[in-house]
Write a new protein. Structure first.
Lengths: 315, 346
């Protein structure tokens, strides 16, 4: 992994929201991870874990409370001129969960997709603009006739394709996919996931894939981070994470996924997460338990998890 | 196991500005006592409309039952008046909806919402109803029933709210519980708890459950039998093992193939191309034919009947006709079935 180029570094990121006069909600509370060029980094967690807030803070839809987001060597949250901000937004784009509310209902598909091209002055003539949009439509599996229609004329899956075309228009390097398939039907989910994989191969894109559907995340991601209550509790290659989960929360989360296999389901034992078994004697830290496998733990737990992994290996 | 419910050739249409939408086109199935039947399908397949019709909850006047029967303990629910349905709804058949926020009254205390049905259907006094409501709150796994009884829905989390909805649905010991995507809006760990709860209650009360969902993992977990719906019809029905280990309909293959298992790695997901048909004008012949890689010529002309595969397993595809070419399921689907069965033998 070390040979790979880091495209994004998130360092001790915090995002706190004010709740009422005195309350503070620590939606994200000290999260650190790197994303390498060309990979898909999956971020999973239940509602309220802070995974979406991480995505939105990375692209500066929210200002960070503390910590740094470094994208291609530059601090995202540093002071930026209008031009610098434009340049940054060109390189990082986002695909949203709800393909209905994320597309302007009064704009044609042509204008929706070309908005980024216009803002960044990437096309000179109307002819060129049209060609670029048509090319993008074809790339996401739609066709040229769709350009003059409005979002309401499309199904959910098609709308999500329009959202993807819009994100691709400015040729970004990193795309943040915030639950892009959660609102779609099963057979359409598979179509969109296949499309995202195809585009990644063709264009060398990097994805941050945020979702709660764990089997889909496992399928699409190279590495996965598990979030719980604003913290990253575990991070590993996706295969390793599913095979050897270490943190009790990850174990419980994985054991709760129902799989389309009746016999397996009859025998599945759910592990219930009990936070009281965690060691409270010191502040837990993110430690590397095996190469590229990180877990949030105290020194005592670190030794314990290590022993567990070793004994598992021997069996 | 007696037959509790028989649905026979049910047809439901909606009258809209753009014409008649044929949402349900001849659905037949039985529900036995104490079993869980899962109905799966994509949005627009007619699964929720079928469920609403069992409860007499179709929106009027747009929705029209064009034909067929819903026999509940031998009585046809289709011809019942609203007054008569009120006696059945909530008492004999009750329903849990997808969104626990919108199905509860935000201005009413939880306890009163649970008591409402008990008082109406069972004619108990307020004090007795309260006792029963407290028991129900406990049954669905909410701690501190006395305190929770006097709280409002906004004071509950999503999972807890769904438990309240289940408590309301169970208040009169219904024979049939219809659950329309009850866990879709919930997190996986909460989903697991709700599924466990429904199974536990079923064991205790021996009620039947109709479980509507599009999540095949959930189906494998909870169902005894499965009906797969497409474009207003049941295209395949069988025991949960029939459907997952020996699927016969190409649409079922597509559904199974498009969900990655934890073993699926780099290969592409098997997908069903295209989108579901427009039900104002359903295609002639087999509605699935335009998206079906295995479609035969006859599919565009004539609708396939239900072919019997075994006593429990039926599918509506011409591929099962004796003159049809022998076709194997796609390799992706075959591989995963082999992996499922093979993995256990080890």
């Amino acid at each position: 992994m070390s040979g790979k180029e880091k495209i994004l570094e998130v360092k001790n990121l915090k995002k706190h929201f004010k709740a009422g006069r005195k309350g503070i909600i620590k939606a994200v509370d000290g999260v650190s991870f790197d994303i390498y060029k060309g990979e898909t980094f999956g971020l999973v967690g239940e509602s309220g874990s802070g995974k979406s807030t991480v995505g939105r803070t990375i692209i500066r839809l929210y200002d960070a409370t503390d910590g740094e987001v470094i994208f291609k060597g530059e601090n995202v949250h540093g002071k930026k001129s209008h031009e610098e901000m434009l340049q940054f937004r060109r390189n990082m784009q986002m695909i949203f969960q709800d393909p209905t509310s994320s597309l302007n209902p009064r704009m044609t598909v042509m204008d929706i997709i070309a908005e980024g091209l216009d803002v960044h002055g990437l096309v000179k003539t109307p002819q060129e603009r049209k060609e670029r949009v048509n090319e993008l439509l074809r790339a996401v599996g739609l066709n040229e006739e769709h350009a003059n229609r409005f979002p309401h004329e499309f199904s959910g899956g098609q709308r999500q394709r329009i959202g993807i075309a819009r994100a691709l228009a400015v040729q970004p390097e990193l795309i943040i996919c915030a639950e892009p398939i959660s609102a779609l039907d099963v057979s359409i989910q598979a179509q969109v996931v296949n499309l995202l994989k195809k585009l990644q191969k063709e264009r060398g894109l990097t994805y941050l894939f945020i979702a709660h559907d764990l089997s889909m995340v496992k399928y699409i991601s190279d590495r996965i981070g598990v979030m719980h209550l604003g913290h990253l509790v575990e991070l590993a290659d996706s295969e390793e994470l599913y095979r050897n989960p270490v943190h009790p929360y990850t174990k419980s989360l994985l054991s709760a996924i129902p799989l389309p296999d009746p016999e397996y389901e009859r025998n599945r034992k759910r592990i219930v997460y009990d936070p009281s078994i965690l060691d409270k004697s010191e502040e837990p830290k993110f430690r590397e338990i095996r190469p590229n496998h990180w877990v949030l733990c105290t020194t005592k737990e670190f030794e314990q998890y290590k022993r567990e992994l070793e004994s598992k290996e021997q069996n | 196991m007696g037959k509790l419910l028989e649905v026979k050739d049910l047809r439901i249409s909606f009258n809209t500005y753009s014409g008649e939408v044929q949402a349900v086109r001849g659905v037949s199935f039985d529900l036995n006592e104490g079993e869980t039947l899962a109905i799966v399908g994509e949005s627009g397949s007619g699964k929720s409309v079928t469920a609403s019709s069992l409860m007499g909850l179709l929106p009027k006047p747009q929705a029209v039952i064009k034909g067929g029967q819903i026999l509940f303990q031998g009585e046809d629910l289709v011809n019942k008046s609203e007054k008569e349905m009120e006696k059945i709804r909530g008492k004999e058949i009750s329903m849990v909806f997808q969104d626990p926020m919108t199905s509860l009254n935000p201005t009413m205390k939880i306890g009163n919402q649970i008591m409402e049905g008990i008082i109406k259907h069972q004619g108990l006094s307020k004090a007795e109803a309260k006792k029963k409501a407290l028991k129900l709150i406990e049954l669905v796994g909410i701690t501190n029933p006395e305190v929770r009884f006097n709280q409002y829905p906004h004071q509950f989390s999503g999972g807890m709210r769904q438990r309240v909805v289940i408590a309301i649905a169970l208040a009169c010991n219904p024979k049939i519980l219809i659950a329309d995507e009850p866990t879709t809006a919930l997190d996986v760990t909460i989903q697991a708890q709700i599924l466990e709860l429904m199974k536990k209650i079923q064991k205790e009360t021996n009620n039947s459950i109709i479980f509507i969902t599009h999540d095949l993992g959930v189906v494998a977990n909870i169902a005894d039998r499965v009906a797969v719906m497409y474009a207003g019809k049941i295209v395949e029905i069988g025991t949960v093992d029939d459907i997952f280990y020996d699927p016969r309909h190409p649409y079922t293959w597509g559904l199974l193939g498009s969900m990655p298992t934890l073993e699926t790695d780099d290969e592409e997901l098997y997908t069903i191309p295209g989108t579901p048909p427009d039900m104002t004008n359903p295609p002639k012949g087999d509605a699935f034919a335009p998206r079906n890689a295995y479609a035969l010529e006859i599919d565009t002309v004539l609708e396939p009947p239900m072919f019997k595969i075994s006593d429990t397993h039926y599918a509506a595809t011409w591929l099962l006709h004796e003159n049809a070419p022998k076709i194997e399921p796609p390799t992706a689907v075959k591989k995963r079935i082999e992996a499922m069965i093979g993995g256990r033998k080890k």
